[in-house]
Design a protein around this ligand. Sequence first.
Ligand code: FMN
Length: 176
Amino acid sequence: MAGRTRPDVCGPAVPEAPYPVYLDGLVEHGFGRGGKKLNTPTANLPLSSQHAVAESTRLAETGIYYGFAQLDVPNGESIYPPVDAKVYPMVMSFGYNPHFANKDKTIEVHVMHGYAADFYGKGMRAIVLGYIRPELKYDSLEALIADIEKDKQVGIASLERPAYTKYIQDPFFRQS
Ligand SMILES: Cc1cc2nc3c(=O)[nH]c(=O)nc-3n(C[C@H](O)[C@H](O)[C@H](O)COP(=O)(O)O)c2cc1C
């Protein structure tokens, strides 16, 4: 399927229910496709904890979402360079990756920041604030990559609105 058109900005001017949706967990390894093949490293969040399942159930549909994310610091002790400890825009894939026919549902967060080191095994917190589109199966890997790049632009533009930007200051995130 070819990529579908979508607005440059998705969602209303002010987030509406069910948003904000709060996700957190220790980052797991995915199938290893994200970073190298798609130029889009993703942090897979576990769907094992009751909290994660309850929160993700509030997302009615599988698909591509946007919001903010931050590496989590246990005991308030920063183990990252300050630039890696900040809150950044993210786009998230929630579902079965139909292009790759995954059997299990996953939550994969692509944080729009180039981290100095791997985030596997580290804690991550994410606030989901809006929906972009359903997950699709594509004719080629290039078409999937092109759509993911468009999602990043749409996510950033959608998050630049004041009612969304304010979630950077949400107490769910560690404020320096
Ligand atoms: C913004 C974004 C959009 C995505 N859109 C799709 C999609 O439409 N169809 C699909 O099968 N996978 C989609 N994915 C998931 C990627 O295919 C997946 O992240 C990639 O295969 C890496 O998986 P891995 O971490 O398990 O290796 C998307 C991922 C992101 C971050």
